[in-house]
Design a protein around this ligand. Structure first.
Ligand SMILES: [Zn+2]
Ligand SMILES: [Zn+2]
Length: 356
């Protein structure tokens, strides 16, 4: 007999609105765990998931459906909650534990998963909030206890954002070479992830940060979170102005937008031997003269969320040092459709966290 129901905000057609759906939930088996969701961050990629895919440039779209994602979809991959049920084989967590869930599940067995990068699994994607039901719900079933990270005394709403915004920022920062106090690092795009990166880098690196965003409120928030300078990329002569303000010494640029304009700005801003990490999934494509690679000894690479070990590292870091907090906008779960619309319209500073 089903002993309880889960209430999920799900969409049943690609691009369609989210509706409240009630579904029976079997008791957990094996090493499964059920969380009562207390907080779930809204990620910009939820807009792409809801739309059904990403713009790959040249009019091409990736398709979640072709990749095997089935409707209805319950989004929400920044999940914080309390353990309320454990399977009979669970030993590492107990009912009542406050945790966040690592959502980027792979097969757990291939060579890439074995080295700790389940988010890049070569066999399957079983992500919470995409292929498996996510945190826009009152309860979430997590397939194995090892995906849970205890948060101790951390604010659960803030810690929930670590599962995507946090580790995406942390994973991208970790791809940069070590910097000195003379080096500048450019953060292109200061939404939830970019703002988290500003806060994390300022807490862990001597480098100076230049924040780049067209929105004055986001530039203001970035300065409050540790950036030394902030610029509007749409201003005339932005490239020259920014490069000069940073003494032509931008060692790395993180592109949290992932659009033609942002990636091209990042590649042109960095000094010789500079490193560009593309993180954002806005979409499109960009052209770059090939001689730039050898002449500048330029590195352009990508970064996609991060591994479970990165999440554990980030939670440990947050417990040790007082990370500047990205602005959180807490809203009731039932207002999820409005929150997604606000995010799409660029009306969100920092992160919206939904609370059932
Ligand atoms: Zn995300
Ligand atoms: Zn795998």
């Amino acid at each position: 007999m089903n002993h309880r129901c889960v209430h999920r905000w799900s969409f049943s057609s690609w691009g369609g609105p989210l509706d409240l759906q009630e579904t029976p939930l079997e008791p957990p088996s094996g090493r499964e765990v059920t969380l009562r969701v207390t907080d779930c961050g809204i990620c910009h990629s939820d807009l792409h998931i809801q739309a059904g895919g990403f713009d790959m440039g040249g009019g091409k779209l990736s398709s979640l459906e072709r990749a095997g994602t089935r409707l209805p979809v319950t989004m929400g991959h920044e999940i914080g909650g309390e353990v309320v049920e454990i399977g009979p084989e669970v030993t590492g967590v107990s009912v009542g534990d406050r945790v966040i869930a690592y959502p980027w599940l792979g097969c757990g067995e291939c060579a890439v998963c074995a080295r700790g990068d389940e988010q890049l699994c070569t066999k399957v994607a079983r992500n919470l909030g995409i292929q498996l039901p996510g945190g826009y719900a009152d309860l979430v079933r997590v397939p194995h206890e090892r995906y849970l990270v205890p948060i101790g005394k951390l604010d659960p709403a803030h810690a929930a954002t670590f599962a995507c915004a946090g580790i995406t920022a942390w994973g991208a920062i970790r791809k940069l070479s070590p910097a000195t106090a003379e080096d500048w690092i450019a953060m292109v795009g200061c939404g939830g992830v970019g703002m988290t990166a500003v806060a994390l880098l300022s807490a862990t690196s001597p480098a100076k940060i230049v924040a780049i965003d067209p929105d004055p409120a986001k530039r203001e928030a970035a300065l409050a979170n540790g950036a030394s300078a902030a610029f509007d990329p749409t201003a005339p002569d932005a490239l020259k102005t920014i490069a000069r303000a940073c003494a032509q010494n931008i060692a790395g640029a993180l592109d949290f937008v992932g659009a033609e304009s942002s990636a091209s700005l990042a590649a042109n801003l960095v000094r010789r031997s500079g490193e560009v990490v593309i993180v954002g999934l806005f979409g499109g494509e960009f052209r770059i003269p090939l001689p730039m690679f050898p002449l500048k000894s330029l590195t352009i690479r990508g970064s996609y969320v991060a591994g479970l070990h990165d999440l554990r590292e980030l939670v440990a870091l947050a417990q040790k040092i007082d990370l500047p907090k990205i602005p959180l906008d807490r809203r009731p779960l039932a207002t999820v459709n409005q929150a997604l619309a606000d995010l799409a319209a660029g009306k969100v500073v920092g992160r919206v966290v939904l609370q059932p």
